[in-house]
Every structure is written in structure tokens, then in C-alpha cells.
Design a binder for this molecule. Structure first.
Ligand code: UD1
Length: 418
């Protein structure tokens, strides 16, 4: 086991380059098995979740070649339609194989997925969608077993806006007979990126990025080349870190429109955010003002970013209210911030944060992926030494985090735990 140690109170200054988007990468690597030949996928982040998906692809019999940030996936000869229980438990996105394998074989057996512990995280909408396309699904001993004689397009209304369900239905519907319409679909950039990838493979998907997506089934999907979009959440984390440390950071390789909700909140707090074509500069010279945040599906304020931004709120003038409307227990990490001196009260899905003058370094624990990012931001800004344990979560989603922060002037290192 390893932990991260940070000597805090140092401004972040300089330039950082954002890696490819984790959530796109996971869906797109899975989607590649639908092709009848090789797919070349570029700008993949070097993170543990991508390595897990690669392991799943290999376990199913796909050929995978990796060269730096590029993976060539040939899933044409896959014959397995099951995922190993130990692998699937490591991450949430293993559920994309449900849609992709149904699209490829009309059958799939996927262990109930793992991932961050941030609430109940049901997959009823994924199942509802696949059933509407004609799949018969049963859950037995922790494994979801799905099969169909054929998948036939249908209109599916998602009761809750779900990124995962939208993508899973898209994957299953690409080769279904007729037209599938997803209503109340998620609009996240990952949905558009995955639809672009599938369309490059020969799929016929229209409306990705709006709340109605239409998928006209095609009989064959072929190999293609695709470059993953930049990671909105990694960029948002560096934006929060730059602002919290009163730094001046140019964040390169981003799509500024994907970050608008975060930029707007930072500006409301008094932080300067300058947008360029594919980069953003975040400058903060003083104490920020408290603002209220409500997490919402894209283009609203992302639930993944309430955690890193809460550190900034803990050090802002006034009282901030965060309402978490996506996941019911995404506030566990706030107990760790309190250990560092933050003044926070949580009532259900609402956290009330009263700004304090400083945070002080302490031994803290990364309760999930984005909580881990928040702990790092807290360590960067706190006085003295912060030790973060359970950092495996951070490695699931951040490429070379310490290396990137050191280049910006942070004093951060990784050590083996005693
Ligand atoms: C994805 C992202 C995650 C992000 C989240 C919300 C990936 C791998 N993960 O997670 O980083 O925090 O979107 O932007 O892309 N729900 C149901 N039934 C379902 C599915 C979801 O009720 O069948 C609910 C969830 O409990 C939650 C809401 O829908 O309240 C949104 O979840 P969803 O968008 O599905 O999140 P994930 O796809 O798991």
C-alpha cells in the first residue's frame, strides 16, 4: 500500500497538460469489440481504470497492442461473452460490456459492477433499456445474465438522466434491427465522444449531446481511428487546485465549453478564468467568496467536481451550501476535511460549509476517486504535512498526478506505507 505526502501552502504556478477523458476512454475501449476489425484509439489516459478495461478485453480474447497513449483493439475474434468476477468488481464501467456484448453476440454475462462507493448506484435503467430492445435479463449470484434472439429498436425513456444507461443502450442498439430512440438521454461530452467513435465505425447515431438520441441499427461495424477528448474532470481538478492555492496555472489541452459550469462558479467566487481555444488560465490572488453549488447532469455543475471545489469553499469568505442532487452519499470525504479544520455540517444531500482562515495538514483518507482529488487539493493548500492513504482510488482516474503537480511547484511524493 502506498500513500501520498504533501507539504502544503505552496502556490501552483506554470503549465499543465490534461490527459484523455477517463469516462470516454472506458466506453470507447469497450465499444471497440463491436467492430469486425482493428480500432486505433489515441489520447488514452495512463490510468488504472483503462488498464482494468484492457485486462477485461484480453480476458475475453481480444488482441490489444499498446503504444504510449494509443491502443489498437481487435475484438473481431472474441468468443467469450462473460467477464471475470474479480476484474468487474474493480470498476463501475465494466457494465459497458453488457451493452457491447449484447450488441455483438445477443448474450452477455457481467458481474454486478464495483467502483466508487458514493451511493446505491442502481443499474435498473440499463436493464430497462436492454429489455425494451428485447433482452431477457436475470440476476443470479451477483451476475447479470442477458440474452435475446435478436435486438429490435424501441423508444426508451430514462426516468433519471444516466450517463451509464445512455451509453449502454447506445452500445446495444447500434446493431439492433430498426430505430432506437433514447429520451431524456444524458448529454455529457463522453456521450458525444462515444457516439462519434461508433459513427466512425459505421453506426448511425444522431442527436448525441441532446436529450433525444436516435440510433438506426446497421448490420456491420468496422474498425476506425479515434482520438479521445480531454478529461473535463482532470481539468476541473487542476482549476480547483490553482484557485485554492492562489496560483496561476495555464491548463492546456482542454475544451473550454466542457468546463463552463466550473469556470462560471470559480468566476463567481472571484477567481479569474481566461479561456483560449484549447486551454484555460486560472489566476487567483486573494481569498475567494462563498457560493452555492447544486450538482446537476451536464451542462450543469458536475457531481465529480463538488469534491475538489469544496476545498476552495472551505477557505472562502462566508457560508456556502452544496446540494448534491446526483448521488445520495457523496459527502463522506467531508469528514476528512473537517479533520483538517474545515467547518462543515451535512444534512442528507446538503452540506453547509462555513469558510475558515486555514486548513492544517493531517492524516486523511481518500474515500473515493474524486474525494481523493479533493484530499490532494486540501493537502496542497493546508499548512504543514498532509498524508493521504487509500490512494488506489486516485490512480484509477488521474494520470501522473504527482508529476504534473511537482512541475507546478507542489511538494508532493508517494511513499510505501509502513
Ligand atoms: C458516470 C460517471 C461518473 C459520474 C456520473 C454522473 C463513468 C464511468 N462514470 O457514472 O464519473 O459521477 O456519471 O455524472 O462515466 N441511476 C439510476 N438507475 C440506473 C443508473 C443510474 O437510478 O440504472 C441514477 C444514479 O443512482 C444516479 C444518477 O442516475 O443518481 C446518475 O448516475 P449515472 O449518470 O448513471 O452515473 P454513472 O454512469 O454510474
Amino acid at each position: 500500500m502506498q500513500k501520498i505526502i504533501i507539504e502544503g501552502s505552496r502556490r501552483l504556478v506554470g503549465e499543465v497538460t490534461i490527459s484523455g477523458a477517463k469516462n470516454s476512454a472506458l466506453a470507447i475501449l469497450t465499444a471497440a469489440i463491436l467492430a469486425d476489425s482493428k480500432c486505433t484509439i489515441r489520447n488514452l489516459p495512463d490510468i488504472r481504470d483503462v488498464a482494468y478495461i484492457k485486462d477485461m478485453l484480453l480476458q475475453m480474447g481480444a488482441k490489444v497492442e499498446t503504444n504510449q497513449d494509443t491502443m489498437v483493439v481487435d475484438g473481431s475474434n472474441i468468443s467469450k461473452y462473460k467477464i471475470d468476477m474479480d476484474l468487474a468488481k474493480k470498476m463501475r464501467a465494466s457494465y459497458y460490456f453488457l451493452g457491447a456484448l449484447m450488441g455483438k453476440f445477443n448474450k452477455a454475462e457481467i458481474p454486478f459492477p464495483g467502483g466508487c462507493d458514493i451511493g446505491v448506484r442502481p443499474i435498473d435503467l440499463h436493464i430497462k433499456g436492454l429489455e425494451a430492445l428485447g433482452a431477457k435479463i436475470k440476476l443470479s449470484h451477483g451476475v447479470i445474465k442477458a440474452k435475446a434472439t435478436e435486438l429490435v429498436g424501441a423508444t426508451i425513456y430514462l426516468d433519471v438522466v444516466s450517463v451509464g444507461a445512455t451509453l449502454n443502450i447506445m452500445l446495444a442498439a447500434c446493431k439492433a434491427k430498426g430505430v432506437t430512440t433514447i429520451e431524456n438521454a444524458a448529454k455529457e461530452p463522453y456521450i458525444v465522444d462515444t457516439a462519434n467513435f461508433l459513427n466512425a465505425m459505421g453506426a448511425n447515431i444522431k442527436g448525441a449531446g441532446t436529450d433525444v438520441i436516435k440510433i438506426k441499427g446497421v448490420s456491420v461495424l468496422h474498425g476506425c481511428e479515434h482520438t479521445i477528448i480531454p478529461d473535463q474532470m482532470e481539468a476541473g481538478t487542476f482549476m480547483a487546485a490553482a484557485a485554492a492555492t492562489r496560483g496561476d496555472v495555464l491548463i492546456k489541452n482542454v475544451i473550454p465549453t466542457h468546463l463552463e459550469a466550473i469556470s462560471a462558479k470559480l468566476r463567481e467566487m472571484g477567481v479569474e478564468v481566461i479561456e483560449y481555444e484549447d486551454s484555460l488560465r486560472v489566476i487567483n490572488n486573494g481569498r475567494t467568496k462563498a457560493v452555492n453549488i447544486k450538482t446537476l447532469p451536464y451542462p450543469g455543475f458536475p457531481t465529480d467536481m463538488q469534491q475538489p471545489v469544496s476545498v476552495l469553499l472551505a477557505l472562502s469568505d462566508g457560508t456556502a451550501i452544496i446540494t448534491e442532487s446526483i448521488f445520495e452519499s457523496r459527502f463522506k470525504y467531508l469528514d476528512e476535511l473537517k479533520r483538517m479544520g474545515a467547518k462543515i455540517k451535512v444534512e442528507g444531500r446538503v452540506a453547509v460549509i462555513e469558510g475558515v482562515s486555514k486548513l492544517s495538514g493531517a492524516p486523511i483518507y481518500a474515500t473515493d476517486l474524486r474525494a481523493g482529488a479533493a484530499m490532494v487539493v486540501a493537502g496542497l493548500v493546508a499548512e504543514g504535512k498532509t498524508e493521504i492513504s487509500n490512494i488506489g482510488h486516485i490512480d484509477r482516474g488521474y494520470e501522473k498526478l504527482e508529476e504534473k503537480l511537482i512541475k507546478l511547484g507542489a511538494k508532493i511524493k508517494r511513499v510505501d506505507e509502513d
